[in-house]
Design a protein around this ligand. Structure first.
Ligand code: GLN
Length: 549
């Protein structure tokens, strides 16, 4: 019998509902329960695939090719499980389903209304994953903030489910903010009181209040919140700011969040939390023995969320190498031949990021050239791989006008071209090459060394591909295709011979890196960057130089 936990948010956005949900899920999972998380987003887009990263941060792609909210990335990274299309639902998708049914005549004679038709569809989807019987607990994060017009139908659906289910089968956690007023030297509970009141006016009564705060909550404050919000004092949970999101599960363990949840859901016979691996990871993260500096060459760098999975993959790979990874964002639009040394000279490795459209691509190409010539560890992802191919074509094969037809549809040398089946596509939503595809690795290549087996499977999100008409000259000149799709022959990985570490991948390896399973290319890239940094030191250090002779 599956039990349900709903996580709502109050007072303000960005309190970290996703991290709280993932941390609780981690604790429950560590006690031997099967847990998954889903997110319901109140916006009207059918999925976030068509949203600009500036609007919504990164678009996370699941194994089954769903373009989803970046919180699903946190769920996967914390739980080391795969999520799917069913784990992310938007208002747009709900309405689309209901309207399609209406057109098919499913509601003939009836007026289609928010209640019950929209809320019924929300409830159906809220229970969908649980209905498979695969999970003991399904945690549902409700996007947005209580009080938003858009999230009302979701809150109403939670109310109905709370009413329909047995008390011990469902609980609601409300995440709020307890601000500290410097002038008054006090933590303030009023915003939380208001937010819980608002939720109660909508008929939902929270069982647990999780309080984001910069200062510890003393017993008096906890009692006050409990009294006003009508929960037990033990159900007031302090969520203090943490140095790393990966510390939050341990903080929640100290607060006893998992124990309260298990008690309320009448779940007995669970084991003590097994968090050994997690704690090892945290130890490595906290006490690194070295440091590397990586230049992240992208164009959405003003917004950290745009490259969320890449940044988290570096955290995992850094811990694995017992090395702190400092990522420095470099805006590709402002890299020129003249300033490239000054901008990129200090790094131990370069990652050229994914992206769409022409803005900033020339800077990316210059960055690739710099890494290639200076034997600086290089890692290109998706558009980053495509730029590596273009750079090689232009500067090694001397095809000066080489380009991708995405940026220059009329180029005489389309080394990156639209896939045949993409040429017919006109609609933008969900029509890229999406989700997991197999890739066969060539023996005795960097890629094969890194993964240690073949075939591999990685997730994609792109329309353009390496143009196989150019493969022969590329390989003859030292840029080889070390990974290909076994069915179609599409090039998935390129790598440079005679370079310590130069790899470009058409897929998105960052989407599969988890705390317990760091992505192997990231791990090897950091290792290569470490080696590069050590060499740099030894060359610059006159004492070591004499030793080297
Ligand atoms: N714009 C490129 C394409 O669609 C790369 C996409 C990406 O980097 N995710 O093929």
């Amino acid at each position: 019998m599956t039990k349900y936990i709903f996580v709502t948010g109050g007072v303000t956005s960005s309190l970290g509902k996703g991290i709280i949900a993932a941390s609780l899920a981690k604790l429950l999972q560590s006690r031997g329960l099967k847990v998954t998380i889903q997110k319901f987003d109140p916006y009207i887009n059918v999925d976030p695939g068509t949203l600009n990263p500036y609007e919504h941060g990164e678009c996370f792609v699941t194994e089954d090719g769903a373009e989803t909210d970046l919180d699903l990335g946190h769920y996967e990274r914390f739980l080391n499980i795969f999520t799917s299309q069913a784990n992310n639902v938007t208002t747009g998708r709900i309405y689309q389903t209901v309207i399609n049914q209406e057109r098919e005549g499913a509601y003939l004679g009836k007026t289609v209304q928010v209640i019950p038709h929209i809320t019924d569809e929300i409830k159906r989807r809220m229970l969908l994953i649980g209905d498979t019987g695969q999970y003991d607990i399904v945690i549902t994060e409700i996007g947005g903030t209580v009080g938003d017009i858009e999230s009302l139908p979701f809150v109403e659906a939670v109310r109905q489910l709370q009413w329909e289910m047995e008390k011990e089968d469902c609980l609601v956690i409300h995440l709020t903010l307890i601000p500290y007023l410097k002038a008054a030297k006090e933590l303030k509970t009023k915003p939380t009181q208001h937010s819980v009141k608002l939720l109660s006016e909508n008929g939902v009564h929270p069982d647990i209040i999780a309080c984001r705060t910069e200062r510890p909550l003393n017993l008096d404050i906890r009692k006050k919140i409990a009294l006003f919000c009508n929960v037990k004092t033990e159900a007031v949970i302090e969520v203090m700011d943490a140095n790393s999101i990966y510390e939050v599960p341990l903080k929640m363990l100290q607060e006893g969040l998992d124990v309260i949840v298990l008690k309320k859901l009448h779940i007995n016979g669970y084991s003590a939390p097994q968090l050994g691996k997690w704690k090892d990871f945290l130890d490595k993260l906290k006490y690194p023995s070295g440091k590397v500096t990586i230049g992240l060459i992208g164009k959405y760098i003003e917004l950290q969320d745009a490259y969320k999975s890449i940044l988290e993959s570096f955290v995992h790979a850094g811990a694995m190498n017992e090395c702190k990874v400092q990522v420095v964002n470099v805006h590709s639009e402002f890299i020129t031949e003249e300033n490239v040394e000054e901008k990129l000279g200090g790094f131990d490795g370069l990652l050229v990021a994914p992206g769409f459209g022409i803005r900033g691509v020339e800077g990316k190409i210059i960055a690739v050239q710099y890494a290639r010539i200076n034997k600086l560890p290089f890692f290109g992802i998706c558009l980053g791989m495509q730029m590596a191919a273009i750079e090689f074509a232009r500067n090694v094969l001397n095809l000066k006008d080489a380009h991708s037809t995405e940026m220059d549809p009329g180029t005489n040398n389309p080394v990156i071209d639209l896939m045949e089946e993409q040429k017919k596509v006109t609609s933008k939503g969900g029509t890229m090459r999406l989700g997991a595809y197999p890739c066969e690795l060539k023996p005795a290549t960097l890629a094969h060394d890194i993964y240690g087996h073949s075939p591999i499977s990685e997730r994609h999100r792109h329309r353009w591909e390496f143009n196989n008409a150019y493969l022969e000259p590329f390989e003859q000149a030292g840029m080889i295709a070390s990974g290909k799709n076994p069915g179609t022959g599409l090039v998935e990985i390129i790598e440079l011979q005679n370079h310590p570490f130069f790899i470009g991948v058409q897929y998105h390896p960052e989407l599969k890196s988890t705390v317990e399973n760091p992505q192997p290319i990231f791990v090897s890239f950091i290792k290569a960057a470490k080696e590069f940094a050590e060499k740099k030191v030894s060359v610059k250090n006159p004492l070591l130089q004499s030793e080297m002779i």
